[in-house]
Design a protein around this ligand. Sequence first.
Ligand SMILES: Cc1cc2nc3c(=O)[nH]c(=O)nc-3n(C[C@H](O)[C@H](O)[C@H](O)COP(=O)(O)O)c2cc1C
Length: 165
Amino acid sequence: MSRISVIFGSTTGNTEAAAQQIAAALGGSAVNVNDATADDFAADLVVLGTSTWGVGDMQDDWAAQLSKLQAADLSGRKVALFGEGDQTGFGDSFVSGMGALAEEAEKKGATLVGQWSAEGYTHTASAAQRGDRFVGLALDEMNEADKTAGRIAAWTAQVKAEAGV
Ligand SMILES: Cc1cc2nc3c(=O)[nH]c(=O)nc-3n(C[C@H](O)[C@H](O)[C@H](O)COP(=O)(O)O)c2cc1C
């Protein structure tokens, strides 16, 4: 059986709640980046979740613990990302922290899975968007909490298929 770790950073609990739901749907475990070990970054499928703070910054615990990701060897390995943000209040930097985390994972050789259509969101710009897709799942508890469960169900099915877990 594949080992799946969902590593998250969360300030007010939204990304943590999403991480728990994603871990349950994937059959993995959720771990706060503050508590994450090298072993968590060595799972068969690594899922990274961050909210966005400041203007487009990754969540503070991620920024403080980034050396854990930088120490991981992700070459040739599949990594999925998700992010929490606010497309109305921060429409120019919606879930941009997820974009910053994606770049760090790619620097370590990761192959990203779970890219997600940006259609239907109302933001104007995001560092997590490439063409018409986000680098991972974009969630918005502030404005679209009612869509979170459905988005997680669809995305986790997509990730399982793409990662072969
Ligand atoms: C001061 C502040 C700055 C924020 N900056 C952004 C931002 O640049 N982009 C964005 O999409 N969301 C931004 N947000 C929204 C948070 O990412 C959102 O509330 C998220 O759900 C928090 O998740 P967490 O509880 O897991 O940390 C900001 C919120 C606050 C209060």
